[in-house]
Design a protein around this ligand. Sequence first.
Ligand SMILES: [Ca+2]
Ligand SMILES: [Ca+2]
Length: 327
Amino acid sequence: MLDLKKFKINLSVVVIFCLVICNINGKTLTQALGYTTFPVNTGGGAKWFVQSMNTDNGESAVRSGVCDHLEESWMRTTVRGKGMVTFSWKVSSEKNSDYLNFNIDNRLITRISGSQEWRNISYNILSEGEHMIEWVYTKDKSGSYGEDCGYIDRFRFLENVPLHEALDLETQGLTIVTGGDSNWFGQKLEYYYGGSAARSGDCCYPEHSWIRTIVQGKGTVSFYWKILSNNTYTRTFFYLDDHKVNVINQTHKDWSYVSHKISNEGNTPLEWIFRGLNNLGQDCVYVDKLTFNKTDTIPSTNNHHKLNLAFLVFFILFTVLLEHYLE
Ligand SMILES: [Ca+2]
Ligand SMILES: [Ca+2]
């Protein structure tokens, strides 16, 4: 029969060994998370520590401390402003009893338990100011399973950027508006061009999130888009002049190019509408590099310049020849 006391002592030896390894590694929690803006603190019944036995990036990750029943092990940091919090996590615990929680500003965002391998999640913070990011491994009054801990790796916080900058519209004079049940925003986590792309807001089916702009005159409109989703209810529609002309679903996981000719002389509205299930950044659409190339309908300025230059050359030659003839 398994001697629980001996098992616990052996487990403690393993943990101390891990802590020694972490000292050999010499990495702080902040370095292991790959985050340098704000310090990372830890506490509770046992502290989180750096280890290299189980990682998502192949180098090092942080692991919750060894807790007793009814204890918890927490790790916190702070971020500032609106932006995307993203990280990988993994848990090995007593299912539906001992949890790895993710909190922002003391509010539970989501939690995992049981045996779950590394997976990435992201969460968009929509309000200004400082925000406390916290991971807590928490145990109930009895029972343990597996490694009895949680892991965090690849933590990043990426500040949001304005929509027109994300869509690379600085020189095009187009105005982007957003609305619906949640607003689109510019983010730096996923992009096709220029370091950022527009991303749909989080919404729960049948909610929606849209962006719109208006182009004027004839021309060609083009953009890149891709969807992040694993469910069939998630769709994104592109409307040109109030007509649905493109749709993408969960099969469009890579960036694809869309281009349409516009033959109207007047104003043409463009609209992207996202409908999806909220799954902590696992369910959204990205749009990038929006371009409107206007078709010229009057002789170009360049041609005017060329005509003027030709006339000037002709006039000078004529004057020179006339003077020469009159001599
Ligand atoms: Ca338990
Ligand atoms: Ca961009």
